[in-house]
Design a protein. Structure first.
Length: 340
């Protein structure tokens, strides 16, 4: 079938999928194989799509396109570690053994930095240590090794500290990424995350020649609620609306808060004829949580790709213009009743 190719490199077996030809299920399975071996997020491209899968199996999409097409996940790592080990052997031999053994300390740090998992770091450390000991063991005329306790403790502790610091930086990086892509009040996506997802869907739907919908939602009368009951009550309502929208949408839909009392829903694989049903479902979800608040109602505006725009900015602007038109078209009598 030509779906998977096998690569052997120093007892490592790496499975790589031909992503453009493989079905979705096989592509996902192959991605899991070399992502689990890699132990970190790895960009995988399927045509114009860019997906990033974590070791837990969660897929992130719409990452920046400046990622290169990857080959085997662990291919360069053992080669780099072996090269560092050989350089260490040469350096210790030229230094005459003895205290020259400590040349392995920076080599251990470099080898650990070339790996991405704890197991890989441990194997790299052991490889470099064995390489540093080899000259003194093979050629007895060299000076004796330093204390065995120090020879093991110092490099191993240095490698452990490096890996601990790297893992901490990785967790902080992930936390900062999540903070940058989510709304701090509601926990759903923010404008930046929405734009990234919209760009991804534009590339995907352009290739498949399909349509998707962008729905802008505004809570009319929300300012009156804030003025009457205070901002904590308004924040509670925003969180409740966000939860209601996520529950009423499909798993592949994206719900985002783009500022104030404005929300946006991106619905992939939605044709123009299905936009009214989508708007009704959104209004019903918001109406269920605002039923007891007479001053708050929802208005929506819908834009369809590619009819209303072929860029994220154009689609958001078109949806916003239709949202403003819907707000202006509301009867004035209802507006006075809401204001009261």
């Amino acid at each position: 079938m030509g779906i998977l190719k096998k690569y052997k490199n120093r007892r490592l077996l790496i499975a790589e999928a031909h992503l453009k030809r493989a079905p979705a299920l096989i592509r996902m399975a192959a991605t899991r194989v070399f992502t689990a071996a890699n132990g970190d997020r790895r960009p995988v491209r399927d045509g114009d799509d860019t997906c990033v899968m974590t070791p837990t199996g969660r897929v992130h999409v719409a990452m920046p396109p400046a990622t290169r097409r990857g080959g085997p996940a662990l291919g360069p790592v053992p080669v780099r570690v072996v090269a560092i080990a050989l350089i260490t052997v040469a350096a210790v031999f030229v230094g005459g053994g003895g205290n020259a053994f400590w040349v392995c300390l920076p080599a251990v740090l470099l080898a650990c930095a070339a790996t991405r998992t704890r197991t890989g770091g441990a194997l790299a450390t052991v490889t470099v240590l064995v390489a540093a000991v080899t000259p003194s063991v093979a050629w007895m005329r060299l000076h004796a090794l330093p204390s065995p306790v120090l020879a093991l403790l110092v490099p191993l502790s240095s490698a452990a500290i490096l890996m601990a610091v790297r893992e901490r930086l990785g967790r902080e990086r992930d936390a900062m990424r999540d903070f940058a892509l989510s709304d701090p009040l509601t926990g759903i996506a923010n404008r930046r995350s929405l734009v990234w997802r919209a760009e991804y869907e534009i590339a995907r739907h352009t290739r498949t020649k399909r349509s998707f919908a962008v729905v802008m939602l505004d809570l009319d009368g929300f300012k009156l609620l804030n003025d009457r009951f205070g901002h904590p009550a308004g924040d509670d309502l925003l969180r409740t609306v966000a939860v209601a929208l996520e529950r009423s949408m499909r798993a592949q839909d994206t719900v985002a808060r783009i500022g104030g009392d404005e929300f946006c829903v991106l619905a992939p694989e939605t044709e123009a004829r299905g936009k009214h049903g989508l708007a009704a479902r959104i209004l019903q979800a918001v109406g269920d949580v605002t039923a007891g608040v007479a001053t708050v109602q929802a208005s929506v505006g819908i834009a369809i790709f590619p009819d209303d725009g072929t860029t994220a900015a154009a689609l958001l602007q078109a949806a916003d213009q239709r949202l403003l038109g819907a707000k202006r078209g509301r009867p004035r009598a209802r507006g006075r009743r809401r204001a009261a």
